[in-house]
Design a protein. Sequence first.
Length: 224
Amino acid sequence: MSETPSPSVARTAVVAAALELFAEQGFEATSVEQIARAAGVSRSTFFRQFGGKEDVVFADHEVLLDELREWLGRGHPNPWVAVCQASERVFLHFAHDPEVARLRYQIVRQVPALREREIVTVFRYERQFDEYLRRSLPEIDPLDAVGFSALVTALHNHVLRRLLRGTKRVPLTALRRALDDALRRYGVHPDGAAAAGDDVVVAVFPRAMPAAEMARRVRTQLEG
């Protein structure tokens, strides 16, 4: 007896069918009806799941943004590290199936409207990280929150583009090395290393560390 595919599997099948058609005959030349027929769903089902052709291209991002919001909302002992881990989760999603990710990247590069949508989507990740840091560290300087969020997002995109533009897999360690450097630049790396003597304000805190993080570490030690 055949089983009805789960909503996530069915959704993935529609995305795959749409991307293949966009690659074969162009984004503008492909109709919703063609996508629905290729994916084996009705036109109304397509619109209910995605809304439009642009939405199907960015469907993975919508799911990821929702998942990250829920994951970050659980609370984490080190907010700075949590932002980096969230970035890694996004990278792993696309690295899991690099061929589909590369196909999507090629389609987006060819359509001005999709490139503009991509810029907005990238900013949504950055804003989510920024808002999370401000919630988790109420005393943080807004410049530190937005600066760190922008740096993590930029590093993630740089490493991801290496994957999307090439033909080989890019390991997660490539991103982790870059994120470790970002943590050290802000003086918030968990191991506390890479702090030169003249970078220290007091015996245990690098000068680069935001005041909110100093307070968080002291509070954590006192409560422990």
